[in-house]
Write a protein that binds this ligand. Structure first.
Ligand SMILES: Nc1ncnc2c1ncn2[C@@H]1O[C@H](COP(=O)(O)OP(=O)(O)OP(=O)(O)O)[C@@H](O)[C@H]1O
Ligand SMILES: [Mg+2]
Length: 288
C-alpha cells in the first residue's frame, strides 16, 4: 500500500509519460531480438538509442509503436497500460529508418497530409498542419513532387514532416540524420530541441555520437537485444568498456577536449557539446 502510494508520488513528481517494462521480443524465425528491456521517459525528454547494427533499436521502436505485436512486456503511456497495437500507433508516431518503407502517397503534400486526413481532421486544419510541417522541414518547394523521385535526404525530410503534421506527444525517429546533408542535420538539431521544449517526448536512434552529445538528455545503449547502459552522453562515452562492446565512437569533440586537458592546453571545464561551446572554452579556458 505504502509502495503503491510512493510510486504514484514519483509518477506525479517526475511527469513520466512512457514506461517500458520487461519487454522481450522474438521474430517468427525464433530469433530473440529483445530481452527484458525496461526504461522510462519523462515528458519532453530526448533519449538517444545507440548500439551496433542488429542490436535491436528498430525492433524496440516498432514494438513500442505497435508495428510489432508484443507478447512479453508492457508499454505504459501516461501511466496506463496500452495493450492494443492500433492504439499505440495512434499515440506514438514513428519516422522509419528507411524512408522508402514509409512513403505511400503520390505527392509530397498528400504524404504529409495522410496522417491528419486519416484522423478525420477538417480540411483547413489539415492544410494548416501540412504547410507548417513543410515549412519546418524546409521542403515547401517540393510540395507537388512525387516523393518516389526525390533524393534520399529529401525523402527523409518528407517522412519527418509527415510525422510532425500528426502533432503527437511521443515521436520516435529511427536514424533521422541518415542521408541528411550538414545543413539539414544542423537544422534537425534545432527542430528536435524545439519539439522537446514544447513538451514532445522523443526517442531517437543514431550511430552519430556527436549528434547525441549535442542533443540528447540521456542515452540508452543496446547490445544484442539487451539494455547495456543508460546515462548522460558524457558518462556513457567516457566508459571504454561500453564503447568497445557496443561498437560506439567517442564524439570527436570529447576526444579533442580530453587531449587538450591531457596536455594541459586548457583547464578542466564542463565538456563542450558543440563547436560553439568549444570555441568559447578555448577563448576562456586557456592556461596561459
Ligand atoms: N523480420 C525479421 N525477422 C527476423 N529477424 C529480424 C527481423 N528484423 C530484424 N531481425 C533481426 O533482429 C535483430 C535486431 O535488428 P534491428 O533491425 O532491430 O537492429 P538495429 O539495432 O535497428 O540495427 P541497425 O543499426 O542496423 O539499424 C538483428 O539481429 C536482425 O537481424
Ligand atoms: Mg535499425
Amino acid at each position: 500500500m505504502i509502495l503503491g502510494l510512493s510510486t504514484v508520488m514519483v509518477f506525479l513528481m517526475t511527469n513520466i509519460i512512457l514506461q517500458i517494462e520487461n519487454l522481450s521480443f522474438t521474430y517468427p524465425n525464433r530469433h530473440q531480438a529483445l530481452t527484458d528491456i525496461s526504461f522510462q521517459m519523462e515528458k519532453g525528454e530526448k533519449v538517444f538509442f545507440h548500439g551496433s547494427n542488429g542490436a535491436g533499436k528498430t525492433t524496440l521502436f516498432q514494438c513500442i509503436n505497435g508495428l510489432l505485436k508484443i507478447k512479453q512486456g508492457i508499454v505504459r503511456i501516461n501511466n496506463r497500460i496500452v495493450k492494443s497495437e492500433t492504439e499505440r500507433m495512434k499515440l506514438i508516431s514513428i519516422v522509419f529508418q528507411n524512408a522508402e518503407d514509409q512513403i505511400i502517397a503520390g505527392s509530397v503534400f498528400d504524404e504529409v497530409a495522410f496522417g491528419p486526413v486519416n484522423r478525420g481532421l477538417p480540411k483547413e486544419d489539415v492544410v494548416k498542419r501540412v504547410e507548417h510541417a513543410l515549412q519546418i522541414m524546409n521542403i515547401e518547394h517540393l510540395r507537388n513532387k512525387p516523393p518516389h523521385f526525390l533524393s534520399y535526404g529529401e525523402k527523409k525530410r518528407v517522412t519527418i514532416a509527415s510525422v510532425l503534421s500528426m502533432e503527437q506527444e511521443i515521436i520516435i525517429l529511427d536514424e533521422p540524420t541518415a542521408g541528411l546533408d550538414g545543413q539539414q542535420k544542423e537544422e534537425l538539431v534545432e527542430i528536435l530541441n524545439d519539439l522537446a521544449n514544447k513538451g514532445c517526448t522523443l526517442l531517437i536512434s543514431t550511430h552519430e555520437s556527436d549528434f547525441s552529445l549535442r542533443c540528447a538528455d540521456r542515452i540508452i545503449v543496446l547490445d544484442q537485444g539487451k539494455l547495456l547502459a543508460e546515462g548522460k552522453a558524457e558518462e556513457i562515452f567516457s566508459r571504454y568498456e561500453i564503447i568497445k562492446k557496443a561498437s560506439l565512437v567517442k564524439p570527436i569533440i570529447m576526444e579533442i577536449y580530453e587531449k587538450l586537458l591531457e596536455y594541459s592546453y586548457i583547464k578542466p571545464h564542463g565538456l563542450p557539446k558543440d563547436v560553439k561551446e568549444f570555441s568559447n572554452l578555448l577563448q576562456n579556458g586557456k592556461t596561459t
